[in-house]
Design a protein around this ligand. Structure first.
Ligand code: OAD
Length: 255
C-alpha cells in the first residue's frame, strides 16, 4: 500500500503517466446524494412487482398508449431525485477533468448531478428526466423540478399543444445516434490513457465495451464498486468500496 492510503502502489505509479481520462458512471455514484439505485438491495427494481410496473411505465409502448402513465413514473423518479445535491464523487470528477489534457464522462444517470457539479464533457447516454420533446412538432424544452415532481399527466407543448415526451431513453428505444457517435470518438477513435467505471452494474454493451477496448489496448482500467460485476475480473484494478472513498485518491494521484 502506498502513502495514498488504500490505493495499490503500482496503481499510484501508473496514474502518474495518465494524460487523458474516460469515466463511466451509473446509479451507484448518486447513492451518497440520497438517490436509490435500480438494482441490488433497496434498489428501485428490488421489489419485483414495483420494478416491473416501473419498467413497463417507462417503456415506449406505454408512452404511445398512455403518456400520462409514463409521465407519472418520470414524476416519481424526479421526486426521488428531490433536492439531491452532487456528492464527493461528482466533485472529484470535476477536479479530474480540470487536471488532465482530455476528459470525457459517459453517464447512464438521468439525475443531472454531474452537470450540477460542473462536469463539462458529458455524454448522458440515457438523457435526463427534466428534458422534454414535443411528439408533434419536435420542440425541445425543460421542466422545472417542482413542476415535474407534481405532474399527474402528460404536459403539453407551448407551441402546438402536442403531447410532450421525456427527452430520455425509454425501455424499447434506440440510443441517440449523436451520443453513440460521441462514444465512438471519445472512447474508440482516441482511447483514453485511463478508463474508470464506477457505480454501475455494467449490464449494457455500450458501457462494458469502452472498458474492454481500453483494457485490450493496454490502457489503464479501474472499476470502483462495492459489489462484483462482469467487469471486475477484466480490469487492471478493482477497488471494492464506495466511489467517494477512491475518487479523491485517484484525483490526487494524477499528475
Ligand atoms: P444499477 O442499480 O444497476 O447498479 C448500481 C451499481 O452501483 C451496483 O453495481 C452497486 O453495487 C453500485 N454501488 C452502490 N453504491 C455504490 C457506491 N457508493 N459507489 C460505487 N458504486 C456503488 O444502476 P446502473 O448500472 O446505473 O436505465 O443501471 C443502468 C441502467 O439500468 C440505468 O441507467 C437505468 C436502468 O434500467 C434506464 O433508465 C434506461
Amino acid at each position: 500500500m502506498s502513502e495514498l492510503g488504500e490505493l495499490p502502489g503500482e496503481l499510484v505509479q501508473r496514474l502518474g503517466d495518465v494524460h487523458s481520462v474516460g469515466v463511466i458512471t451509473g446509479a451507484g455514484v448518486s447513492v451518497e446524494s440520497g438517490i436509490r439505485t435500480y438494482r441490488g438491495q433497496g434498489g428501485l427494481y428490488d421489489d419485483p412487482e414495483e420494478g416491473e410496473r416501473m419498467v413497463e411505465a417507462l417503456s415506449s409502448p406505454t408512452l404511445l398508449r398512455d403518456p400520462d402513465r409514463t409521465w407519472r413514473a418520470v414524476s416519481s423518479l424526479a421526486r426521488q431525485v428531490g433536492t439531491a445535491r452532487p456528492n464527493v464523487t461528482h466533485h472529484e470528477l470535476v477536479r479530474i477533468e480540470q487536471k488532465v489534457d482530455r476528459f470525457v464522462l459517459l453517464t447512464q444517470n438521468v439525475d443531472r448531478l454531474h452537470h450540477d457539479a460542473g462536469s463539462r464533457n458529458i455524454i448522458d447516454i440515457h438523457g435526463d428526466i427534466f428534458a422534454t420533446r414535443c411528439m408533434s412538432c419536435g420542440l425541445v424544452g425543460r421542466l422545472e423540478a417542482e413542476e415535474l415532481q407534481s405532474l399527474g399527466r402528460a404536459p403539453r407543448c407551448t407551441e402546438c399543444e402536442g403531447t410532450l415526451r421525456p427527452d430520455a431513453v425509454l425501455f424499447g428505444e434506440l440510443l441517440p445516434h449523436d451520443k453513440l457517435a460521441r462514444i465512438n470518438e471519445e472512447f474508440y477513435e482516441l482511447i483514453p490513457d485511463l478508463v474508470i467505471v464506477a457505480g454501475t452494474s455494467a449490464l449494457f454493451p455500450y458501457i462494458t465495451e469502452p472498458v474492454l477496448v481500453a483494457r485490450y489496448s493496454d490502457k489503464l482500467t479501474i472499476e470502483i464498486n462495492p459489489e462484483p460485476t462482469m467487469l471486475s475480473d477484466r480490469v487492471d484494478f478493482t477497488l471494492r468500496g464506495p466511489a467517494s472513498r477512491y475518487l479523491p485518491l485517484i484525483a490526487a494521484a494524477l499528475s
